[in-house]
Design a protein around this ligand. Structure first.
Ligand SMILES: CC(C)(COP(=O)(O)OP(=O)(O)OC[C@H]1O[C@@H](n2cnc3c(N)ncnc32)[C@H](O)[C@@H]1OP(=O)(O)O)[C@@H](O)C(=O)NCCC(=O)NCCS
Length: 170
């Protein structure tokens, strides 16, 4: 199943009206700041243009069997500290629970070390986002701390768990 996954830098031509439904799905945005944003085709294209205009972030589309199913963002890249943050989602829930994000995170670990020369990746996750936590922990991310009432989603406060992974860049 997971061998059909590709990561490609997202371009405007990958965007179509179907993806606007991703952001209307309350399960998809449950633990994400996307619940506070308005999405249009033009705003998505602008977002892609903005990401592709800087070298401090890389926005990858996640493709399964050539179908665009979600995003993986590598952001806050610090050349000094060799650190970067990852954030991600799969927009169409029929692709959840199949090991796809666990594999995508593995792919990002490899390209961060080999291509971006990153020494440490980190991610912040809402404490009740169990599938995201599992995908990180299956890739050996270590819990580095808890931030109390750090996130507010759907009228409820959550702890943010900060995860990190040292890549041992030489
Ligand atoms: C979080 C998300 C990316 C996970 O992607 P995914 O491809 O479904 O994840 P995977 O299938 O690789 O792994 C999920 C694991 O969590 C497990 N899981 C799912 N729900 C769970 C729950 N309620 N409790 C415990 N484990 C759970 C799955 O069984 C799977 O483990 P397994 O492979 O050992 O069976 C996806 O659910 C998503 O896009 N959510 C919305 C956006 C989001 O929350 N992004 C992350 C913000 S930090």
């Amino acid at each position: 199943m997971t061998e059909n996954i590709e990561l490609k830098i997202l371009t405007e031509k990958d965007i179509n009206t179907d993806i606007l439904n991703w952001y209307l799905d309350k399960e998809v945005t449950k633990f994400s700041d996307n619940q506070y944003r308005k999405f249009t085709l033009e705003s998505q294209k602008q977002y892609i243009r903005d990401c592709n205009a800087t070298d401090s972030k890389f926005l990858y589309g996640i493709f399964y069997d050539k179908t665009y199913i979600g995003n993986m963002l590598i952001s806050n890249i610090s050349k000094n500290h060799k650190t970067a943050e990852i954030s991600y989602f799969i927009g169409n829930r029929k692709y959840w629970g199949k090991g796809i994000m666990t594999t995508v995170i593995k792919m990002v670990i490899d390209l961060s070390k080999d291509f971006l020369k990153i020494n440490k990746l980190y991610a912040g996750v809402a404490s009740e986002n169990y599938s995201s936590i599992k995908a990180l922990e299956k890739n050996n991310f270590i819990k580095e701390g808890n931030r109390i009432q750090h996130l507010y989603y759907n009228f409820k406060y959550y702890e943010q768990i900060d995860y990190g992974l040292i890549l041992n860049l030489k």
